[in-house]
Ligand binder design. Structure first.
Ligand SMILES: NC(=O)c1ccc[n+]([C@@H]2O[C@H](COP(=O)([O-])OP(=O)(O)OC[C@H]3O[C@@H](n4cnc5c(N)ncnc54)[C@H](OP(=O)(O)O)[C@@H]3O)[C@@H](O)[C@H]2O)c1
Length: 277
């Protein structure tokens, strides 16, 4: 039996999910009959229509009341602030067998459950945009006692999936996994800016930084050493790398990272405590 999947709110993460699934379409369509999108932003909806043509279907908001299909797999991938009781309007799309996957940063399982009272199958996720190239990191937390492999099929094909037993770590995981790619991009962006200031051509800089980053990522994935040792391997005493690392240390780089992650965690906590009614 094949089931349908529904994405509610199809922005960056929704698109990343679809891209990851379509990259493995043979595997995907063995279990899924079609991808549906419920998107309230018209501009985005038109963009998605053009981008995916006949590969996705749209649930029309004004037809929900008369909708007679119940979705088996539903991804909640709108912004956390949009978890509010307007969602009552969507009730007709679900039944008690629906499995919800929430990617909403900061939103606790207990809070999400209040919106879907008849559903026991709610999985809280944190993931990142590399799911679009099937290299995502996906962490889940669920109260469901027996989670079948089928419930994870949609995740397993887009990245590596890990379970955590304590929800209290979710905000930290959001800060390092969900936001993680942005930190790496920012580092690359800063290196690129520096190289350009020193006179290097922009596209050449981009190319060599890309190669450096991809090469480094390969080293990390192929070698069992920890990050600290890998860094030491390329930091010879009295050398040029050491001069740069010393500057980072003198300017409290690690403290800066610590504080950034602390701020991100703080933000997640305010998202979870925001009133929704
Ligand atoms: N971006 C990331 O890298 C990342 C990483 C990890 C987790 N997340 C989580 O993923 C979620 C989505 O993030 P995103 O960056 O993909 O957001 P996004 O780009 O803003 O996309 C969300 C889309 O959902 C639409 N929407 C909002 N409420 C809706 C509703 N009730 N029904 C249908 N559509 C609705 C929005 O429309 P409007 O524009 O009209 O509001 C928007 O087009 C967030 O909860 C975030 O915490 C994101």
């Amino acid at each position: 039996m094949r089931y349908e999947v529904l994405i509610i709110g199809c922005g960056e993460i929704g698109i990343s999910l679809i891209n990851g699934w379509l990259n493995k379409s043979k595997e995907f369509y063995k279990k899924i009959s079609r991808i549906n999108i419920l998107e309230k932003n018209l501009k985005r909806k038109n963009y998605l229509k053009k981008k995916y043509k006949k590969k996705v279907y749209f649930v029309e908001i004004n037809k929900i009341k008369r909708f007679n299909k119940k979705f088996k797999y539903v991804f909640l991938s709108f912004k956390p602030r949009d978890l509010n009781f307007d969602l009552d309007f969507y009730k007709n799309l679900f039944d008690k067998n629906t499995i919800f996957y929430s990617v909403l940063a900061g939103k606790k399982l207990s809070e999400i459950k209040t919106f879907f009272p008849i559903n026991k199958n709610i999985i809280r996720l944190m993931l990142n945009t590399p799911i679009s190239v099937n290299k995502g990191t996906i962490i889940f937390y669920s109260l469901k006692k027996s989670i079948s492999n089928n419930d994870f099929f949609l995740l397993n094909i887009i990245g590596k999936v890990y379970e955590i037993k304590k929800e209290k770590f979710f905000d930290l995981i959001t800060a390092i996994v969900g936001s993680g790619p942005a930190y790496f991009y920012y580092l690359l962006e800063s290196m690129e800016k520096t190289a350009i200031i020193h006179g290097l051509n922009k596209s050449f800089t981009k190319q060599i930084l890309k190669e450096t980053y991809i090469g480094t990522a390969k080293m990390i994935s192929n070698i069992e050493k920890n990050f600290n040792d890998l860094r030491k391997d390329v930091t010879s005493r009295g050398g040029t790398t050491e001069a740069a690392i010393n500057c980072l240390k003198k300017n409290n780089f690690q403290k800066l990272i610590y504080n950034s992650i602390k701020d991100s965690i703080k933000k997640a906590k305010t998202l979870s405590s925001k009133k929704v009614r």
